[in-house]
Design a protein. Structure first.
Length: 189
């Protein structure tokens, strides 16, 4: 197992603090205290609190983008692509619940990276919408409002970071399978 660098430790600790208190409420002194070091020592590893936020959010957004590129470029059916999107969200959320909280709650604080983040997010949603549209056209998905389908799926998937820590024993593959059944197949018998 790879040992974390001091910068990685700072980022992980900051993500937890951002989740617990919110980005705006966390100070560098709070972060230093949580790390057990002096605030000035943080600057040996990072430039600013803003750089930490950018690292957290942009790395996760780029992870989603890479996953979406793989999914949308595959030869899978549209229904299976939606299942893969559910799995992508479950795996990213399961591996980084604190970072997902920052992605969902603090993205608007991104200053010079805000436009880049919004492009990644909008492109991701456009890909989901395209898969849903194509699934409806191919009669793989019930004819319905694609925006409502996308909103329902992504709202649930984006909030997994709130629910997952309470379900530590739930395997990500099993959760993805169950979520796909509910979100994609629905509640009908």
């Amino acid at each position: 197992m790879k040992r974390e660098t001091r910068k990685e430790e700072i980022i992980i600790t900051a993500a937890k603090l951002f989740k617990d208190k919110g980005y705006s409420a966390v100070t560098m002194r709070d972060l230093a205290t949580a790390m057990g070091i002096k605030a000035a020592s943080l600057y040996n590893h990072i430039n600013s609190k803003q750089d930490i936020l950018k690292t957290i959010i942009i790395s996760i957004a780029e992870e989603f983008t890479k996953g979406m590129e793989r999914i949308s470029g595959s030869k899978l059916s549209n229904l299976e692509k939606l299942n893969q999107i559910v799995s992508l969200h479950v795996n990213i959320a399961a591996n980084n619940t604190d970072g997902m909280a920052a992605l969902n709650n603090d993205w608007m604080h991104l200053e010079d990276q805000l436009d880049y983040y919004l492009k990644l997010r909008n492109d991701y949603e456009a890909n989901v919408m395209q898969i849903i549209h194509q699934g409806i056209l191919n009669s793989e998905i019930k004819d319905g409002n694609p925006e409502i389908i996308m909103f329902s799926m992504l709202t649930t998937l984006r909030s997994l970071y709130l629910w997952l820590p309470k379900r530590e024993l739930l395997a990500p593959d099993e959760l993805a399978k169950n979520l796909s059944q509910v979100l994609i197949e629905g509640f009908n018998k």
